[in-house]
Design a protein around this ligand. Structure first.
Ligand SMILES: NC(=O)c1ccc[n+]([C@@H]2O[C@H](COP(=O)([O-])OP(=O)(O)OC[C@H]3O[C@@H](n4cnc5c(N)ncnc54)[C@H](O)[C@@H]3O)[C@@H](O)[C@H]2O)c1
Length: 349
């Protein structure tokens, strides 16, 4: 049986990856210390997800470990000897990072180096997939010319119609403390590829979503928005007239791409991984779609102040992913994804 090691295995992406590879017959080792609860309080608790995975998959092993524990990681990886590694453990919130910069950097940047170095020492030939973020581009995408449409902002320049490519600058912009710690990790993952010839890649995620998100106000756009609709809670829009655009990708399609990379790894690669133009939506448009699905009106407040450095319009250009891995494509459209998240929240309640 092939072995996969997944960090952040109880989170949104990690748990999807666990399910995907367990179903494909791998023995999957998860590393998660439920630090999301420490970051976001009880609504961020992911222990329900750990229990679900243990119950559903006999080929899943959970390791309650902290990726900040350098020696612990070397020990675990030498013991497991995985054939592939997927690194999703992180402090994932833009807003939270500013109040906990040490924790943010220790987990996102240093935790990633701990893992890279443990892999280099014990199994350097193992494909290493790192979840990065589009926040590595900082607020530079906001400098693109935009047009205001009735319900959304859009790129004015047709060269950006399909979205932002991996060649976009990550320099000379405001990243937020979170974005900067993720840049550090992203560059180190590339460097371990180029310098040590390890098969690594960074996936610069747009909005990743799915039914297993413990969505909270500070992280998990669609999951939290849909939860608000279901519970009749007021959703707060921060600036940009509610027309800010995100491209959303279902966590299953993320796991699918990781699988393609692991089957045919490359060295030190970077991919923008999002839903692309077809799966892009503004907050106002998301309200309309969830109202159609649930039949409930969305209650919201408008705060005329955008979040610092928040993207106005972000769409990932998926062409590099599709060229390198032609078997991969988006399989879940927005409506299907909304329905899955809505149903999952209903069940969890
Ligand atoms: N969800 C998104 O919209 C999105 C967008 C772009 C990029 N990303 C990136 O994808 C990755 C996964 O995001 P997610 O949405 O699944 O986040 P998540 O918070 O749902 O999952 C992260 C998991 O990591 C665990 N964790 C945190 N610190 C840890 C530590 N020190 N040791 C061990 N485990 C730890 C948490 O408990 C949590 O279960 C992150 O790197 C994030 O930056 C996410």
């Amino acid at each position: 049986m092939k072995k996969l090691l997944v960090t952040g295995s109880s989170g949104l992406i990690g748990s999807e990856v666990v399910g995907f590879f367990c179903a494909a017959g791998w023995e999957v080792h998860g590393v998660d210390n439920n630090m999301r609860k420490d970051f976001f309080g009880p609504p961020g608790d992911t222990s329900w997800n750990t229990q679900r995975l243990l119950k559903q998959h006999s080929n899943f092993r959970h390791h309650e470990r902290d990726i900040r524990d350098r020696a612990g990681l070397v020990e675990l990886i030498s013991e497991v000897k995985p054939e592939a590694i997927v690194h999703t453990a992180a402090q994932p919130s833009h807003d939270l990072a500013a109040s906990r910069p040490y924790d943010d950097f220790d987990v996102n940047a240093v935790g990633t180096v701990n893992l890279l170095e443990a892999v280099r020492r014990t199994c350097p030939e193992t494909p290493f997939v790192h979840m990065s973020t589009n926040k590595v581009y900082g607020d530079a995408p906001n400098r693109l010319d935009l047009v205001e449409r009735e319900t959304r902002w859009d790129y004015a320049d047709p060269a950006y119609h399909d979205g932002i490519k991996e060649t976009f600058s990550i320099d000379h912009s405001m990243h937020s403390i979170f974005g900067a710690s993720k840049v550090a990790a992203d560059v180190m993952v590339q460097e371990y590829g180029r310098y040590f010839q390890m098969p690594t890649c960074c996936l610069r995620g747009g909005c990743l979503t799915g039914p297993n998100h413990s969505g909270v106000e500070l992280h998990g756009f669609l999951s939290y928005l849909i939860k608000c609709n279901l519970e009749g809670k007021t959703y707060k829009i921060f600036g940009y007239k509610g027309k800010q655009v995100r491209d959303n990708i279902h966590s299953f399609d993320v796991a699918q791409f990781m699988n393609q990379f692991i089957q045919a790894p490359r060295v030190g690669e970077v991919y923008n991984l999002g839903g692309g133009r077809d799966n892009s939506i503004s907050i106002l448009e998301a309200f309309t779609l969830i109202e159609e699905i649930s039949g409930e009106k969305m209650s919201f407040d408008y705060v005329d102040q955008n979040r610092k450095g928040d993207h106005i319009c972000y769409i990932s250009d998926l062409s590099k992913m599709k060229t390198h891995y032609p078997k991969w494509d988006i399989t879940k459209d927005l409506r299907a994804t909304f329905i899955e998240i809505y149903e999952a929240w209903r069940k969890r309640r």
